[in-house]
Design a protein around this ligand. Structure first.
Ligand code: AMP
Length: 116
């Protein structure tokens, strides 16, 4: 049994984070510490700690995360100029919250892919 993170409480609205989107598979909300003008997190409702823990049965939720990213990018008005989707995995990937999440980043030029 994986340990719940704060994201499970957000999904269940046990802490009052405004949701940008929620359905039976995924939930989206603004990052509490935005690194760029538009910084949204899209997560599966199921607790999957890391990308290493993804299973075939999760493919529908993972695909939904991308279609929701596309929808939210349009709503944010950043779809035409463009944006970046990122999923961090484990320590070298810079993962802080062990409930997988996709960062939707945009609203300004993002520069090169990596700073190491
Ligand atoms: P990562 O480094 O990929 O694990 O990203 C975790 C992200 O979750 C960071 O960008 C945090 O700012 C964000 N975060 C942590 N706690 C919250 C919260 N309560 N509400 C919204 N975003 C959060």
């Amino acid at each position: 049994m994986s340990e719940e993170t704060i994201f499970s409480k957000i999904i269940r609205q046990e802490i009052p984070t405004p949701l940008l989107y929620q359905d039976d598979l995924v939930t989206a909300f603004r990052d509490i510490s935005p690194r760029v003008d538009s910084h949204i997190l899209i997560i599966p409702n199921k607790l999957i700690p890391t990308v290493n823990d993804v299973e075939e049965e999760d493919e529908l939720a993972l695909g939904r995360m991308i279609t929701v990213a596309k929808k939210l990018a349009k709503e944010e008005g950043i779809d035409e100029n463009g944006y970046r989707l990122i999923m961090n995995c484990n320590q070298h990937g810079g993962q802080e919250v062990y409930h997988i999440h996709m960062h939707l980043l945009g609203g300004q030029p993002l520069g090169p892919l990596l700073s190491v």
